[in-house]
Design a protein. Structure first.
Length: 383
């Protein structure tokens, strides 16, 4: 059954004109094919001294991660599907993406590519599948159950379930978990980009949102939202509440650290025309964070600063940003996206790749110092 959901790779004897040029230029040494991604190139497009991006072969973005049996599994938006299907020189407008990619590691250096989750086949009602967020818990049957939330394009949030991070995955609802018709969801321009966590009480929480509300401003766009999930993990168990995220754009994520909820998000490209905090103002399209002990109380959320400037500030291409903070084997890692692979191939269009850097988190104060995107990535670990 796993093969029905994951890409099985076979060597392709020929290639299309777009790939032929890359091959002629020496960027692609071989081509592979699947039913949903036309090819995977095996060109080594990063310096041997560099660990980022984690894959030199697959365009992917919007990372999330989960640990299972000592191994870390990373999921992301399948930009490669869009790259394969757009015309020569086309842009990544994300509209053709209906699958997610899966990688795993146990030492942060050697990554296994497990192929795709064909969300369009599992949940044929979707518009697209972007920006996943995954959590797990052991349930009454003694099995670990995985809940994989994803953006149904910009229309809402869907959810898949499985008892193994590699599937098989199923669609428990047959419809979105959240969309414009969800009771209590008002004036949220783009109800997407879910971020999910489970706290020490076993309660699960989901944050989401994007764009600007009708009443919103540059300073307070007014579309970040949060709710408690139901006990079944596939329903809402509370009212939807606001998070007053300053210069909010998209890319919600949640962590629960030392009894505190940590909300991270991508800030806008807008001019910083207003500021009323004593914490550092976020730079354009950077990642910022807020904290609280009581997530359904809007006024309880406190802006803490920004922790990840746009990769463009680190000498890479500027582009949208999305991160996932994860503690693995006693170290914090920050998964993010850049356009390193696209640049190495001499391409354009906004096709992204997942990278990772080590992060510092003071668990007592919840201070997260600024971390920058790097080509070097992280060192191999072993236990």
């Amino acid at each position: 059954m796993l093969a029905a959901l994951l890409m099985s790779v076979s060597v392709l004897s020929g290639c299309r004109s777009k790939k032929e040029q890359l091959q002629a230029d020496g960027y692609i040494s071989s081509l592979e094919i699947s039913s949903t991604i036309d090819y995977v190139d095996t060109a080594y497009v990063k310096n041997p001294q560099y660990a980022n991006p984690i894959s030199s072969e697959i365009f992917c973005a919007d990372p999330t991660a989960i640990e299972y049996n000592g191994r870390l599994y990373v999921f992301g938006t399948n930009d490669h599907q869009q790259f394969d299907l757009v015309e020569e020189g086309g842009n990544n407008y994300y509209g053709l993406i209906k699958s997610l990619v899966v990688f795993s590691t146990e030492d942060m250096a050697n990554w296994t590519y497990h192929g795709i989750i064909d969300v369009g086949a599992i949940a044929p009602w979707i518009y697209n599948s972007w920006a996943p967020s995954i959590v797990s818990r052991v349930e009454d049957d003694g099995l670990t159950h995985f809940y994989l939330y994803f953006s149904d394009g910009g229309m809402g949030v869907g959810v898949l379930t499985a008892t193994d991070p590699l599937g098989p995955w199923s669609d428990p609802l047959g419809k979105p978990l959240i969309n414009a018709a969800t009771p209590g969801l008002y004036d949220c321009a783009i109800p997407f980009d879910p971020g999910v966590c489970i706290d020490d009480n076993g309660d699960a929480w989901i944050a989401f949102g994007g764009g600007r509300a009708y009443y919103g401003t540059n300073y307070l766009p007014g579309t970040a939202r949060i709710a408690r999930l139901g006990e079944d993990m596939v329903s809402l168990g509370s009212e939807i509440k606001d998070i007053d995220a300053l210069y909010f754009f998209e890319a919600s994520e949640l962590n629960y650290i030392n009894g505190t909820y940590v909300y991270t998000y991508n800030t806008t490209w807008d001019e910083r025309d207003e500021w009323h905090s004593d914490k550092p103002m976020p730079t354009h399209c950077s990642m910022a964070y807020m904290t609280t002990k009581t997530p359904l109380e809007t006024d309880s959320w406190e802006y803490q600063g920004y922790y990840f400037p746009n990769p463009g500030a680190s000498g890479m291409e500027y582009g949208n940003s999305h991160t996932h903070l994860h503690k693995y084997k006693d170290r914090y890692y920050l998964f993010h996206q850049t356009q390193q692979r696209q640049s190495a191939l001499g391409l354009s269009g906004g096709f992204r790749s997942i990278g990772v850097v080590e992060a510092t988190v003071d668990e007592s104060t919840l201070n997260i110092p600024v971390t920058h995107a790097t080509r070097e990535g992280v060192a191999q670990i072993s236990y």
